[in-house]
Design a protein around this ligand. Structure first.
Ligand code: 13P
Length: 253
C-alpha cells in the first residue's frame, strides 16, 4: 500500500518574510498530524532559502525539505549548479528533476534528467522525476509516447534503483493555467506509467508514488487523489497559500 505524498513546488517565489510565514503556518496546521497517518509533505523551496527552511522544519517528522533541481555533477567548474552533497548539508531529502520549466527554458534533455536522477539516488536524495506532454503533443495523440519516452530514459539509467524514485505526471498545458486534467485523464496516464514501471520491476510498480501536478487546488484535489494510481500531488500556485496547501494535504487520505 503506497502512502500519499504532497509536494509544494514554490518555483521562483518567496522572500525571507513570506517564507517564514508560509512555513510556520504549514507547520502549525500540521502540528496535530501524526507521521504514522501516512501522508508525507515536501516543501521545494528556491535553493537560497533552503537554510531558512531547514531551521523552520527542524524536528518535523511529516514535512521534508526538497530542492527544485540538482546537478548531475559531483563538484567543480559548473557555475550556478548545486550538487547533491551541498543539498544534503541542508537536510534536503527530495529533489525535483526534469520539471517542464527546466526542460523548456534550460534545455534539459531526457538524458540529462536521467543523470540528475542518478546523482540524487546515489546521494540518498529521492528524485521527483517530472514527465508530461505539451498541448500540441496531446492534440497529436502523443501523450503516452512522450511520457513513456521521458520515463524510459530514467529507468534505463537507474535500473535497479528505480523503485526509489517518485514520478510526477505534469501535463504542460495544465501548469499554471487553471486547466486541470480530469481525474480520469490523469488516471489514464498514471496507469500507463505504472505499467511501464511494472515492466521494469514489479517492486517499483508497487512502491513508486506517482504524483499529479498541474493546477491542482483545494477544490479539485480530493477527486484527483481518489484515483487508484494517483499517489499525491506536486503543487505550484496553491502551495504558496498555506490554507490551500493544508486543504490539499487534508484531502490526501
Ligand atoms: P501549478 O500548480 O501552479 O499549476 O504548477 C504545477 C507545477 O508545475 C508543480 O511543479
Amino acid at each position: 500500500m503506497r502512502t500519499k505524498l504532497i509536494a509544494g513546488n514554490w518555483k521562483m517565489n518567496g522572500t525571507l518574510a513570506d517564507n517564514e510565514l508560509l512555513c510556520k503556518s504549514i507547520r502549525t496546521g500540521l502540528a496535530g498530524v501524526d507521521a504514522s497517518q501516512g501522508t508525507s509533505v515536501v516543501l521545494c523551496a528556491p535553493s537560497v532559502y533552503l537554510s531558512q527552511l531547514q531551521s523552520c522544519l527542524a524536528g518535523s517528522s511529516t514535512i521534508h525539505l526538497g530542492s527544485q533541481d540538482v546537478s548531475s555533477h559531483d563538484k567543480g567548474a559548473f557555475t550556478g549548479e548545486i550538487s547533491t552533497a551541498m543539498l544534503k548539508e541542508f537536510g534536503v531529502r527530495y529533489a525535483i528533476v526534469g520539471h517542464s520549466e527546466r526542460r523548456q527554458y534550460h534545455g534539459e534533455t531526457d538524458a540529462v534528467v536521467a543523470l540528475k536522477a542518478k546523482a540524487a539516488l546515489a546521494a540518498g536524495i529521492t528524485p521527483i522525476v517530472c514527465v508530461g506532454e505539451s498541448l500540441a503533443e496531446r492534440e497529436a495523440g502523443l501523450t503516452n509516447d512522450v511520457v513513456r519516452r521521458q520515463l524510459a530514459a530514467v529507468i534505463h539509467e537507474n535500473g535497479h534503483c528505480i523503485s526509489e524514485i517518485v514520478v510526477a505526471y505534469e501535463p504542460v498545458w495544465a501548469i499554471g493555467t487553471g486547466k486541470t486534467a480530469t481525474p480520469e485523464m490523469a488516471q489514464a496516464v498514471h496507469s500507463v506509467l505504472r505499467a511501464q514501471l511494472h515492466a521494469a520491476s514489479s517492486v517499483a510498480a508497487e512502491r513508486v508514488q506517482i504524483l499529479y501536478g498541474g493546477s491542482m487546488n483545494a477544490a479539485n484535489a480530493a477527486s484527483l487523489l481518489a484515483m487508484a494510481d494517483i499517489d499525491g500531488g506536486l503543487i505550484g500556485g496553491a502551495a504558496l497559500r498555506a490554507a490551500d496547501f493544508l486543504s490539499i494535504i487534508a484531502s490526501a487520505k
